[in-house]
Design a binder for this molecule. Structure first.
Ligand code: FES
Ligand code: FES
Length: 155
């Protein structure tokens, strides 16, 4: 077991865990942040996506030791004072979420994409979300939500 300190959604947290425990499990089990979902557990589906030092990572592939000292943002850190943020609001309005398993990862991937390309082309949207799989929506509504959010933030 190791004591590992990291910043989660702006707050410093120290947990005691095996160093190779997956960041995904530390978030869900040790920190009770269950918004981060497990799909494949193999780095293929993106449902466990979080931002680590501003980069989009699959938390199922990150040993917690690797996150020591890092700044991690999960879906719980996205809402502003308990209200949906702009990206979440656009997903809601455009019907970009159905069962919701992929949605936290999609929202974080969208933040990552819009930080990089505030006015993305549809090709950039598709590329930016290519690592996040959705079994429900057929993607069109998700892509529409991202496009709508980009437009609104520059309206
Ligand atoms: S659960 Fe991590 S990529 Fe699928
Ligand atoms: S909304 Fe169900 S997997 Fe995407």
């Amino acid at each position: 077991m190791s004591a590992i300190t990291l910043t989660i959604n702006g707050e410093s947290k120290t947990i005691t865990a095996p160093p190779m425990k997956r960041l995904l499990d530390v978030l869900r089990e040790d920190l009770h942040l269950t918004g981060t979902k497990e799909g494949c557990g193999e780095g293929e589906c993106g449902s466990c996506s979080v931002l680590m030092n501003g980069e989009l990572v699959n938390s199922c592939l990150v040993p917690v030791l690797q996150a020591a000292g890092a700044n991690v943002c999960t879906i719980e850190g996205v809402a502003v004072e308990g209200r949906l943020d702009a990206v979440q609001q656009c997903f809601l309005e455009e019907g970009g979420a159905q069962c919701g398993i992929c949605t936290p990862g999609m929202i974080l991937a969208t933040h990552h994409l819009l930080d990089k390309y505030p006015q993305p082309t549809m090709a950039q949207i598709q590329e930016g979300l290519a690592g996040n799989l959705c079994r429900c929506t057929g993607y069109k509504r998700i892509f529409n939500a991202v496009e709508s959010c980009a437009k609104k933030s520059h309206a």
